[in-house]
Design a protein. Structure first.
Length: 183
């Protein structure tokens, strides 16, 4: 059986939103908790959250990014180093429209034999993404600034399987985005 890590990137400042996104509540639930629940329900047995400051999270390895201003790439590198699985699925905290089905779809592609997979929402490719452990070092090496895994995805499109998914991949960046979600 394949051990699956769920990596949640949640250390951003939310500058355009005016507050850290991980702490934003929609329907009374923090985006941090909502996203971890999606990963858990999708079958991730090793949960890792990269956060801005100390967080007590049940059954989750909480990794504080001491320099979150360095961007998503720094969080991705820290998170991958903390993951214990054979496969990792990476999710962003500010995408409440991503559900369990999308996470399971990209995981299924990688556990089924491909080495890298990205969700494809009717032609719009966005996280969640999943990688076999054999690619983690290269994914981390190519993660720069706010690019996260995008460096690897752009450098190796021939090695990435696009998986059709349902859901809303758009992130919450501004107060107007948040208002669309009722937050």
């Amino acid at each position: 059986m394949t051990a699956i890590s769920g990596l949640l990137l949640a250390a951003g400042a939310g500058t355009r939103l005016g507050q850290p996104k991980a702490q934003v509540r929609i329907d009374g639930i923090r985006l941090l908790d909502r996203s971890l629940d999606v990963l858990r329900q999708a079958g991730c047995t090793d949960l890792v959250a990269v956060v801005r400051g100390p967080e007590e999270l049940a059954d989750v390895t909480s990794v504080v990014n001491p320099q979150p201003e360095r961007g998503m790439g720094s969080s991705l590198r820290l998170g991958l180093a903390a993951c214990a699985g054979d496969v990792v699925v990476i999710m962003l905290v500010d995408t409440p429209g991503i559900g369990v089905d999308a996470v399971q779809a990209v995981l299924g592609a990688v556990t089924g034999g491909t080495q890298a997979a990205i969700a494809d929402f009717a032609g719009y490719r966005a996280p969640p993404v999943a990688f076999a452990r054999s690619l983690w070092a290269e994914v981390a090496e190519l993660a720069e600034g706010d690019q996260g895994a995008r460096g690897f995805l752009r450098a190796h499109p021939d090695r990435v399987t696009a998986v059709p998914c349902a859901g809303d991949p758009h992130d919450i960046d501004t107060p107007a985005d948040l208002a669309r979600w009722g937050g």
